[in-house]
Design a protein around this ligand. Structure first.
Ligand SMILES: Nc1ncnc2c1ncn2[C@@H]1O[C@H](COP(=O)(O)OP(=O)(O)OP(=O)(O)O)[C@@H](O)[C@H]1O
Ligand code: SF4
Ligand SMILES: [Mg+2]
Length: 353
């Protein structure tokens, strides 16, 4: 196995809960991320899925160093970047960039597209000397399928899909090797989603990028990912290749998520088993003991309240696609749904806008 480009070990982010106005006293912590581990190979796409509030964005922000972890390690090409500071940190950060969810709020409305895309060069002038920046920005506009002559326009003059292309161009400005995309298409119309996903896939091939791709939509994640990690309440509960996760899920939470995906084919719909998740997601400030999913799990037994299930290949499973890491004491395959491998609308060819 080649060395992963990015490796996350036992990553933790706790936000302190305080009480009092003058004398703030810590009374607890929101355990937003609580022991997450995964690796990302060069050129690979790792999808991360899970319900709202499970800690996906917090992981993303720590990967790009917008937030410092409470504990754990993030290694880039074997070096723990959480231990770096100053110039060494700045050099590494250049290689891991983020694309944000909402292209309507993440672009400064008072800046031109050229200034937005070229802003990272202010911090890293070594990538593009001043006299060369305009040309570099125009090149980036071209790469993401926008007209290079739009360089002096403002964000409000673009559609949602075009704005997300601008966000992607900005993410690419420093020629990173890893892109962390946090729900990059969730705010877009379904018809535009496919175009942006296609663009990301094309750029990956052309530029040899590695992606961490976060999304709610399970069919989009399957479409773009080589491997998928499923998160629940601050932890990864199951991880494997797209075939392992979608066709051979063994964790009850993954099975429940997949059973909620709409199936267009009535024949397939008749054969599927639906698992309805009951109850609310517990508060990350006070997660259940043992297995965090136990308050909503239809398979829970007394052991689940006392023993934390580790994310490992369950010994009881026979060799084959079901034998992949799953954090459940009773992990077992269950056919919940034959998921279409494609995005809902057929991917539209990329046209220059
Ligand atoms: N700065 C903060 N202070 C306190 N709690 C926070 C902070 N940021 C996030 N949280 C909490 O941490 C948990 C995880 O949040 P996060 O935004 O990572 O979830 P998410 O999986 O990205 O959700 P969504 O799908 O809604 O974007 C949530 O309970 C959230 O309220
Ligand atoms: S460990 Fe127990 S509660 Fe947790 S997912 Fe497995 S069966 Fe359900
Ligand atoms: Mg989020």
């Amino acid at each position: 196995m080649p060395e992963p480009i990015l490796e996350v070990r036992d990553l933790v982010k706790h936000y302190p809960l305080t009480r009092g106005i003058l004398f703030k006293k810590q009374v607890g912590a929101v355990k937003a991320v609580d022991g997450v581990s995964f690796s990302l190979a060069a050129g690979e796409t790792l999808g991360i899925v899970g319900e709202s509030g499970c800690g996906k964005s917090t992981v993303a922000r720590m990967l790009v160093n917008l937030e410092r972890p409470t504990a754990g390690a993030i290694s880039y090409k074997g070096e723990d970047i959480t231990k770096l500071s100053g110039r060494a940190l700045k050099a590494v950060r250049r290689n891991i960039q983020m694309v944000f969810q909402d292209p309507y709020t993440s672009l400064n409305p008072r800046m031109t597209v050229g200034d937005i895309i070229g802003e990272p060069y202010e911090i890293h002038p070594e990538v593009a000397p001043k006299g060369d920046r305009r040309r570099k920005v125009q090149e980036l506009l071209d790469v993401v399928g926008l007209n290079p002559e739009y360089i002096n326009r403002y964000p409000h003059q673009f559609s949602g899909g075009q704005r997300q292309r601008i966000g992607i161009a900005r993410g690419l400005a420093l020629r990173p090797e890893v892109i962390v995309a946090d729900e990059p298409v969730s705010a877009l119309d379904v018809s535009v989603q496919a175009q942006v996903v296609n663009l990301l896939e094309r750029l990956q091939g052309e530029l040899g990028l590695s992606y961490v791709f976060i999304a709610h939509d399970l069919s989009i994640v399957r479409h773009i990912s080589d491997r998928v990690g499923v998160m629940y309440l601050g932890r990864v509960v199951e991880i494997g290749t797209d075939t392992q996760i979608y066709d051979h899920p063994t964790h009850p939470y993954t099975q429940a998520l997949l059973s909620a995906v709409p199936v267009p084919d009535p024949g397939a719909r008749a054969h599927r088993e639906r698992i309805i998740l009951t109850g609310d997601v517990p508060s990350p400030a006070n997660p259940p003991s043992g297995c965090r999913f136990r308050t909503r799990c239809w398979k829970a037994e007394s052991r689940c309240a006392t023993e934390v299930p580790l994310l490992a290949v369950p010994q009881a499973l026979p060799p084959g696609p079901a034998a992949h890491p799953s954090a459940c004491h009773f992990a077992a395959e269950k056919q919940v749904v034959p998921l279409p491998g494609e995005l809902p609308p057929p991917p539209a060819p990329l046209t220059k806008e």
